[in-house]
Design a protein around this ligand. Structure first.
Ligand code: ADP
Length: 357
């Protein structure tokens, strides 16, 4: 069609002087012949215009139809498949049109654009497919994680209802079991809320703060759980207390809590947990090192994944949601930094991250 229009313009451009000259000659000969000539030219032009216009409308319909379908937002993989089909259809139609206008640059450029759109849509489709698989896997994991504590609470309450409530030897045990499991459920839900907020791109409230101060405050809050296992928790600040780092102190505290909590959980009684800060260029490095169980080398690349646990049952029994390190990774990513891990299985683990100073 574009070809037809450009040919139409050329035709008008070249034929207009011919028509005008002919009209002037006929006018000098006979007025009636001039009128007949003018009316005929007008009618022929009108017919050509109508034919061309019909084609033009048909082509614009293709564009309208296609852009309407492409502009609709795609959420499911089926939506992408529909869009891809729409672009394939328009490509086929233009390939057909090109057969009649083989040297038309406009049609060639339209076909190149449709190829670009097609490859972009294919990429988006692949991403949507991966997203769908991840989402389903995530939902499956959440259901699985919730089922265990809910089942345990149900069992304890059922035993109490069935009569154990009147048995003073066991009733407190069952109540405590139900209470502990409800705490586990609450921690899981809290972590899920945290992770969904972080993944939605939670806004950080960044400011300068003393990292030594924050580490000391966090250790003080966690000494209770460390003392239960007679763990020696120490802090070796190489930097001055007045050294400030830039970040969201509340979120960084969450990072410290998760890392220290993991060290406490995975370090046997009377073991050591050492926190340290050091400065390199314009960054402060914060490390947490323990003399705990360590992590096998093959598991190291996966420990930051959601719900990934090295020893599935043991970690679950320790009350972990399997989301702790994933939350740590997300928070540090939002700060534009990352975390490293070194571990020797059976000897201990060291996590380290940095913040701008
Ligand atoms: P969890 O809630 O199970 O602790 P995390 O995401 O915090 O989940 O940790 C993932 C897994 O990484 C844990 O299940 C554990 O196997 C391993 N892990 C994390 N920190 C340590 C550590 N300090 N020592 C040994 N293993 C660890």
């Amino acid at each position: 069609m574009i070809n037809k229009i450009s040919y139409g313009y050329k035709l008008i451009l070249f034929s207009l002087p011919v028509f005008i000259t002919t009209a002037l000659i006929i006018y000098t000969i006979s007025y009636t012949a001039f009128v007949v000539y003018a009316v005929s030219v007008f009618l022929i032009s009108l017919i050509i215009f109508l034919i061309t216009r019909r084609d033009f409308i048909r082509l614009s319909d293709i564009f309208q139809d296609t852009s309407y379908k492409l502009n609709e937002s795609a959420e499911e993989t089926e939506d992408y498949e529909e869009k891809i089909q729409t672009v394939i259809d328009i490509t086929d139609r233009f390939t057909e049109i090109r057969k009649n206008f083989s040297h038309n640059k406009d049609i060639d450029s339209i076909l190149r654009s449709t190829q670009d759109i097609l490859s972009k849509l294919h990429n988006e489709l692949n991403t949507a497919k991966v997203f769908k698989v991840n989402r389903n896997e995530f939902l499956g994991n959440v259901a699985h994680e919730m089922r265990t504590p809910i089942f345990a609470i149900q069992l304890s309450l059922e035993t109490l209802v069935d009569g154990a409530i009147h048995d003073d030897n066991v009733n407190m045990d069952f109540l405590n079991k139900a209470f502990n499991q409800s705490n586990r459920l609450k921690n899981l839900v809290d972590d899920l809320i945290n992770i969904s907020r972080l993944e939605a791109g939670m806004k950080l409230s960044k400011r300068y703060f003393s990292i030594n101060g924050l580490i000391t405050e966090t250790i003080n809050e966690l000494t209770g759980i460390a003392k239960k296992k007679h763990l020696n928790v120490c802090f070796e600040p190489v930097i001055k207390d007045s050294t400030l780092v830039f970040g969201d102190s509340e979120r960084i505290k969450q990072v410290l809590i998760n890392l220290i909590d993991n060290s406490v959980k995975h370090t046997p009684e009377r073991g050591n947990i050492k926190l340290a800060t050091r400065k390199e260029d314009k960054n402060v490095f914060i490390s947490i090192e323990d003399t705990g169980a360590g992590i096998p080398e093959e598991d190291l690349p996966r420990i930051f994944e959601r719900f990934y646990r090295v020893d599935k049952n043991r970690s679950r029994d320790m009350g972990g949601s399997g989301l702790g390190l994933s939350i740590v990774k997300h928070i540090l990513e939002l700060h534009g930094t990352s975390i490293t891990v070194e571990s020797v299985y059976g000897k201990g683990t060291k996590f380290e991250f940095s913040l701008p100073s």
